[in-house]
Design a protein around this ligand. Structure first.
Ligand SMILES: [Zn+2]
Length: 166
């Protein structure tokens, strides 16, 4: 069988799927692997650093993200098990192009998840990486950053963090 990765369409704000809660993954099969591969391909071809499955119309708890250090991470059924601190910084979203705002996020988060084979993993993320994790996990709850924004900003005038749209 030849597997060809596909770039999926990213849904935009206003699509009802983006405000729905995603379901847990219980089967770690070829279909999940194709979804993860497609999401990575889609992210690579988009001006962003994170993508959650609901953003391509799939209501499953699956996320791919690229850390500040450039590491591509797959998260299945991720959950934040602890967090500390608070930082305000700029973020955007691939589903809400050209909109940037200041959002308050934890400084550090510990995230428990599974890999594509169902194996458990735990990660500690801080700074902008913690922000990316939090933003993506919000997508799994049907929450967009515009629901949390403190104020909108013009990125041309205010320097943003290391990340792109997520
Ligand atoms: Zn987003």
């Amino acid at each position: 069988m030849v597997i060809i990765m596909a770039i999926r369409e990213i849904l935009k704000k206003g699509d009802p799927v983006l405000t729905k809660k995603a379901h847990n993954v219980t089967i770690f099969d070829e279909k999940l692997h194709t979804l993860l591969d497609d999401m990575k391909e889609t992210l690579k071809n988009a001006p962003g650093v994170g993508l959650a499955a609901p953003q391509i119309g799939i209501l499953r708890r699956v996320v791919v993200l690229e850390t500040v250090e450039g590491e591509l991470i797959e998260l299945v059924n991720p959950q934040i098990i602890s967090s500390a601190g608070e930082i305000e910084d700029i973020e955007g979203c691939l589903s809400i192009p050209n909109v940037w705002g200041i959002v308050k996020r934890p400084e550090t988060v510990t995230v428990r998840s599974q890999d594509r084979f169902g194996q458990p993993a735990e990660r500690i993320a801080d700074g902008y990486n913690a922000r990316i994790f939090c933003h993506e996990l919000d997508h799994l709850e049907g929450v967009l950053f515009t629901q949390k924004v403190i104020r909108y900003v013009d990125p041309e005038k205010e320097k943003r963090g290391d990340g792109g749209e997520v």
